[in-house]
Write a protein that binds this ligand. Structure first.
Ligand code: CP
Length: 313
């Protein structure tokens, strides 16, 4: 298959074609085999990835670092820009331009929507969006979609409940678009408090792809018919009024007993971190939960795949 992603930016899911996503999934399967059989290889020897994280991260940062190292590449790992010249007032543009002289690709996380896209405009090398404010988290959406696809051997006819802070949660903004792009006859239950509903512009994109959805604040009402229950945390860092956050943070708390009438093959997902008990601990080891297992491993494989595709013809 032709590598349509060579030197391409991954900053929005909208820019990815269905063929791009299929190519990424095919390469992800190859990476899974590689890791399981040999641990990795040296195909990216001589290449360097700069990870520039202006916002905290555990998983995205570490898995990109691990992905690059498993393929023999080098890293400039900045998890937080505190000890860089950003503290002295260096502009975003200059910072990006500086790292473009040392690295072959940039992985950028930023609290402001659109900054990874802006970075891509400053440099002549691939830029990956590792999460930009409330906007998007494309790589998370890709491996979440991969995880669902793998579990159900496809995406068609699934009912997916996206639950929690759908207004501020970048993972669900990207995931809903990738699923709608890739699946046929998919249906979404958007489950949120009234003040944290899925933004109108995302609903418009979902609708225009021919995918139907419902909106409710009642999680229990959708459990029995959902194939995927995707929980999210209320995004504390996006609130200006902390009392409003305190009111909403535990609006949903998924417990094992609530799954008595769930479908046999349902999976419970969460991008992590779980911050306010939105999934109870007793589900951590439940066989239906994939958030501490497949979702994480697939994140590593998929990020390896992306790095290989954007850096090697
Ligand atoms: N899911 C996710 O983006 O986690 P981190 O914020 O820890 O990277």
């Amino acid at each position: 298959m032709k590598n349509s992603l060579f030197r391409k930016d991954i900053v929005t899911v909208e820019s990815l074609t269905t063929e791009d996503v299929e190519l990424i999934f095919e390469k992800t399967r190859e990476m899974e085999r590689l890791v399981k059989e040999k641990g990795g290889d040296d195909r990216l020897k001589g290449k360097i990835m700069a990870a520039l994280f202006y916002e905290p991260s555990t998983r995205t940062f570490s898995s990109f670092i691990a992905a690059m190292q498993k393929l023999g590449g080098g890293i400039i790992p900045l998890n937080g820009m505190k000890n860089t010249s950003v503290e002295k007032g260096e502009s975003f543009k200059h910072t990006i331009q500086v790292f473009s002289r040392y690295a072959d690709c940039l992985v950028v996380r930023h609290p402001e929507p659109g900054m990874p896209a802006m970075a891509a405009g400053y440099v002549d090398m691939p830029v990956i969006n590792a999460g930009d404010g409330i906007n998007e988290h494309p790589t998370q959406a890709l491996f979440d979609t991969y995880t669902i696809h793998k579990h159900f051997a496809g995406l068609d006819n699934l009912k997916v409940a996206l639950v929690g802070d759908l207004k501020n949660g970048r993972t669900v903004h990207s995931l809903s678009q990738v699923l709608a792009k890739m699946g046929k006859n998919l249906f979404f239950h958007f489950v949120s408090p009234a003040v944290l509903k899925m933004p109108e512009e995302i609903k418009k994109i979902i609708k225009s792809s021919g995918t139907n959805f419902s909106e409710t604040d009642n999680l229990s009402s959708v459990i029995s018919e959902s194939d995927v229950i995707y929980m999210t945390r209320v995004q504390k860092e996006r609130f200006t009024d902390i009392t409003e956050y305190e009111r909403l943070k535990s609006f949903y708390m998924l417990e094992k007993k609530m799954l008595n009438n769930a479908k046999k093959r349902v999976i419970i997902m969460h991008p992590l971190p779980i911050a306010a008990g939105e999934i109870s601990n007793d589900l951590d080891t439940d066989l239906r939960s994939v958030y501490l297992k497949e979702q994480l491993s697939n994140g590593l494989y998929l990020r390896m795949a992306l790095l290989d595709l954007i850096l090697r013809r």
